[in-house]
Design a protein around this ligand. Sequence first.
Ligand code: DAS
Length: 345
Amino acid sequence: MGILVPGAGVIGLTARPKAGVVLIGTGGTIAGRGASPVNTSAYDCSVLSIDDILADLPAAASIADISAEQLFQSGSENFGSAQLLQLGKRISSLLKRDDVDGVVVTHGTDTIDETAYFLHLTLKSAKPVVVVGAMRPPSALSSDGPLNLYNAIVVAASPLAHGKGTLVVANDEIHTARDVVKTSTFKQEAFRSPYGPLGYIVEGKPVFYRLPARPHTVESEWSIDEIDVLPEIGIVYAHGGMNDSMVRAMLDSGVKALIYAATGNGNVATSVVASLVDARARGIHVVRGSRTGGGMVIRNAAQPDDHYDWLVTDDQVPHKARILMMLALTGEHNARTLQNAFLTY
Ligand code: DAS
């Protein structure tokens, strides 16, 4: 039983005066420090603890009852399956607690879109999980770190964010983990979703304008509590003058699937086709994607996928298609089921 707050959704009748939010620190630029305030791009990453970061944001205490813990202290370019699994399992156990209403993960921006997508597909809870980073360290002029973190806590504490999956908050915007991609090496407006953000944070209040259309969290077929190993998956990036050496190098690397970040709408150079056919003959799934960063790759259009038993990524960018394929391969391996994962999620 709950009460309906206009525009806010249902809040339990026994709701505490402030939401309980747990911050998990993992490093990144949001935990970085430069030698001078003008060092917006050259600085030491992952040096401030989550307690240091929180101590510099006293205003956060007015939003929620906050506790903080440090899980990693590293740039996200170093994160792999071990970190994804450890982080996911920790968040899962936190979300089961009655005194935890939401979780915020401070994270490097390089792979924030991959981690967020992994959590979006594997956490079995409607409680908000927000992954947040910064493009400038807290020591820099006009750092985006403090406001991004403040806004992330606002969203994690808000009933409005319930049931919307894992979110990435940056630059006043709320993005769904399914769509968001890092698109700049240095700009504060680095995060883009091809169909636009779900909403904004304005004057410390979240405002949503749309919902994620595809299943996630409680509706997804994967649960972090049931996954202990993730398969290796490689990405080959296509370019003009492409030959088959990169694909051939992967054949003996132990990968279970290969995402081919093809040119345009999934075209495969004639010089590469035979190596991808060989990959599939050796049991490696081949997934045609696109390096363009926008639009879908259509099955059987640029290549006869049915004939080769290849898959397509739909509209997912190659590095996030890799996350989805890792999860898809934890279950049934037939091509139809795997293809369906791309068309569903
Ligand atoms: N070192 C990068 C990372 O941790 C940079 C960043 O956080 O923005 O992803």
